[in-house]
Each structure stands twice: as C-alpha cells, then as structure tokens.
Design a binder for this molecule. Structure first.
Ligand code: AR6
Length: 189
C-alpha cells in the first residue's frame, strides 16, 4: 500500500529517497523549487544535468517527462527533474494532461530507481502560474490513480514499490488548499 501524505515545509529538507524538482526544459536551473534544489544540493546536480543535455536531452527535457540525477548534498538519494506546463487557459485540457503526466512519469522513474519515499512540490503552481486549487486536484488525482494501478498489477505500474508519496507544500495556505482538495476527492467530489 502506498500512503499519500501532505506536509507543510521546504522540499529541500525532506529525508526521502527522491525529491521531485519542478524544473524547466533546459534542466540548467531557475527560481522557485528549482533554484532552492540547486542552491542547497550543490554543483553535482548541475553537472549531472549538463551531462543529460549533452547526451539524451540535447533539445532539453520535454514538458510532462521526468529524468533522474544525483541529489548532491541534499538529504535525499536522487532528484527527479520534471517539467510542468505553463498555465494557459486556451489550451487547458492538453496542458492539464501534461501536468498529470509529470506526476506519473516522476513516479515511474522513482519506482525504477527503487525509491520507497518520494516528495513532490506543487508542480506548475508557482512561476508557471497554475491556480493552486486546480494544480492540487490534478496532482492528487494523478498520484492516487498511479498508486491504485500499481496496487492492482504485478509491479509494472508507475508507483510500484513506493511506500510513501509526500506532497511538500510551501506555506500554510498551500497546505490548506491541498488538504481541502484531498478531503473533497476522498468524498467523491
Ligand atoms: N519547497 C517546497 N515548495 C516550494 C519551495 C520549496 N523550497 N519553493 C517554492 N515552492 P515553482 P513552477 C512552491 O515556481 O510553477 C523555475 O524557475 C511554490 O510556492 O518552483 O513549476 C523553474 O526553473 C509553488 O507552490 O515551479 C521553471 O522555469 C510550487 O513550489 C519554473 O520555475 C512550484 O513553484 C517552474 O515553475
């Protein structure tokens, strides 16, 4: 059984196997969570990212995909970088699917690494402008579906082997929104 938990805090301080980074397709750093991860994790993370750009991801990591690097000096084993979509109301459906894909793909990469604990931020809900409540609904639904699928299969699905998926919300307001959305989803709304 995979547990889905919510905590208020800073994702760079989480003692987990995998920290998921809300990156951009350059993989070369930025602000928000990305800036904090590179700052606290040190230059080894950027060095790994540069190697990925020089090999498999010459044009950058496409939106909705995920790839792993070292976690450098962070108290985690790996960072899984994923690229969320920018919020654009005119392309809502396509981009909401890409946001769900970030969670599924990150979980798949984490499971392939053998991770037992995975921490996610609220992908796209900062610089990329996704309204927090909707970002929370997409995030919690995508993870719950991946978890349910892996429970019903023989370890082939996205979250197989992952014991805890932890959402790390920056500030009381974000935590409150995730908590409310999680409750609503549990009640079938
Ligand atoms: N721990 C947990 N959550 C955090 C932290 C932290 N240390 N810092 C910020 N958040 P964002 P995006 C929250 O902007 O919207 C970067 O420049 C934040 O409050 O980090 O996917 C990248 O390079 C918000 O709720 O990611 C990209 O260019 C959430 O994390 C771009 O920003 C996501 O905010 C990606 O934008």
């Amino acid at each position: 059984m995979t547990q889905i938990t919510l905590v208020e805090g800073d994702i760079t301080e989480q003692r987990v196997d995998v920290i998921v980074n809300a990156a951009n397709s350059s993989l070369l750093g930025g602000g928000g969570v990305d800036g904090a991860i590179h700052r606290k994790g040190g230059p080894e993370i950027l060095a790994d990212c540069r190697r990925l750009r020089a090999s498999h991801y010459g044009k950058g990591l496409p939106t909705g995909r995920a790839v792993a690097t070292t976690a450098g000096r962070l108290p985690a084993r790996w960072v899984v970088h994923t690229v969320g979509p920018v919020h654009l109301p005119d392309e809502y459906e396509r981009r909401a699917e890409l946001l769900a894909s970030c969670y599924r793909e990150s979980l798949r990469v984490a499971a392939e690494l053998g991770a037992r604990t995975v921490a996610f931020p609220a992908i796209s809900a900062g610089v990329y402008g996704w309204p927090l409540e909707d970002a929370a609904r997409i995030a919690l639904t995508a993870v719950a579906e991946a978890v349910a699928e892996s429970a019903g299969s023989q370890g082939q699905a996205e979250a197989a082997g992952v014991a805890e998926v932890r959402f790390v919300l920056f500030g009381a307001e974000a935590y409150g929104v995730f908590e409310r959305v999680q409750r609503a989803l549990e009640q079938g709304n």
